[in-house]
Design a protein around this ligand. Structure first.
Ligand code: V47
Ligand code: SF4
Length: 383
């Protein structure tokens, strides 16, 4: 595919653009990998217009004008959690479990039944880490969902949940993962990654799995032939260096296994949590971050914006900054972001609304399955 590179040529010919930024633009034009220092430099110096031009170029080279979405629904088994992440507005301690929820297997199956005649292709299972919901319980959940809807792809459990389940069951990661895979689990969502740097983790989520542990769980899943996603919680107390370090560790594992489907930057929201004093970053900073992720993560084909957390308008804007995938479609009543202050208090959009959002940004909506096979290309009605 021939992709218009006039924007990059203008950058290279501009008298007002910094020499180092021009060198990075040249690397992008030649499809050369950016170094760690390039990543930090982009965060420190690059303005939003420059980043949008480069990120759009890379995005268009990979995907043309296509923007993917997936018809999925969430099951959140519980918000009771043994951990104490300071940014979390959603969890409740076990002793206060009467303020939260704990779904039985039957209640979860009822949720699946609700989608019986709907063309959903994926169920995303994610929640708090409940001390009484163990590996055996979740193997039963997964196998019963699979029995009821063999066509549904089951994406479930963050590395945080898995680490706890496997340790309690006294199994190695490989043994525990194999059990869930045998029950019907097909891929892992990307949650729990936050920022890998240990000093930052000590400040924001000291008691859960550390960075190497998170990476090891995903590596094991990849080695067993499963795919997974990767996230980064940004815009709190981390520095630019920490962001690049996080992306570098993911890029290295992706070189090794190729098992990540997509990268999902998650914007820190500050309502009703122990980090409410930390201001949220601006929309310009959001766009800069998405663009830098697109440029730095050269072995991740897909960059996803999760609109229930970013807000619809910002999510739409990310499509000009490297994003090729929007998540959160049908009847998505997930609570993790609405409880943390996202403007999307009821984060649900119909497929038609989502397609409109994509077409009004001048892009083409494409329904995909979990592993990015195309299901249906929707007519573009105009920009
Ligand atoms: O790990 C928690 C984040 C994640 C807040 O893989 C917060 O397809 C912002 O990972 N502000 C869980 N973020 C959700 C998640 C996810 C979502 C959508 C799709 C996929 C996927 C994965 O939510 C947590 C944490 O990083 N989170 N609290 C907050 N206050
Ligand atoms: Fe528990 Fe996840 Fe909330 Fe941390 S972010 S307290 S692990 S539910």
């Amino acid at each position: 595919m021939i992709v218009d590179n006039t924007g990059i040529e203008q950058i290279l010919n501009s008298a007002s653009i910094d020499k180092e930024l021009k060198t990075i633009a040249e690397k992008i034009l030649k499809t050369e990998r950016l170094s760690f220092e390039d990543g930090v430099l982009l965060f420190e110096k690059a303005e939003v217009g420059y980043l949008g031009t480069l990120a759009n170029y890379v995005r268009n080279k990979l995907h043309g004008e296509k923007v993917y979405f997936n018809r999925n629904f969430h099951i959140e088994p519980t918000n009771v959690c043994v951990f104490t992440c300071n940014f979390c507005s959603y969890s409740r301690k076990y002793k206060h479990r009467d303020e939260g929820w704990e779904l039985s297997i039957e209640e979860m199956l009822d949720m699946v039944r609700k989608y019986e005649n709907q063309p959903v292709t994926e169920v995303h299972i994610v929640g708090g880490v409940h001390p009484k919901m163990n590996l055996e319980f979740f193997c039963e959940v997964v196998s019963k969902i699979k029995e009821m809807r063999p066509d549904l792809h089951i994406k479930g459990f963050t590395a945080v949940e898995l680490d706890y389940m496997f340790r309690k069951a006294k199994l190695t990661t490989k043994e525990g993962m194999q059990k869930l895979k045998d029950a019907g689990l097909q891929s892992l969502p990307g949650g729990g990654a936050e920022i890998f740097d240990e000093a930052i983790r000590q400040e924001i989520c000291a008691d859960k799995i550390d960075g190497p542990g998170w990476l090891d769980i995903h590596k094991t899943a990849h080695q067993l032939g499963m795919h997974s996603n990767a996230t980064m919680l940004y815009g709190h107390i981390e520095s630019y260096w920490h962001r690049v370090d996080h992306m570098e560790q993911l890029r290295t594992l992706q070189d090794e296994t190729g098992g990540f489907n997509c990268f999902i930057p998650l914007k820190f929201r500050n309502m009703d949590n122990d980090m409410s004093h930390v201001p949220e970053v601006t929309m310009v900073e959001d766009m800069r971050l998405y663009a830098i992720a697109r440029l730095y993560m050269d072995n991740f084909r897909n960059l996803k914006a999760y609109w229930p957390m970013l807000g619809r308008e910002s999510a739409q804007m990310t499509l000009q900054f490297g994003v090729n995938d929007l998540d959160g479609t049908i009847d998505d009543t997930t609570k993790i972001y609405s409880m943390a202050g996202s403007e999307e208090q009821s984060p649900s959009m119909t497929t038609e609304e989502l397609c409109d959002l994509i077409t009004t940004a001048g892009k083409t909506p494409v329904e995909r399955d979990t592993v990015y096979n195309e299901i249906q290309v929707f007519e573009t009605t105009g920009a």
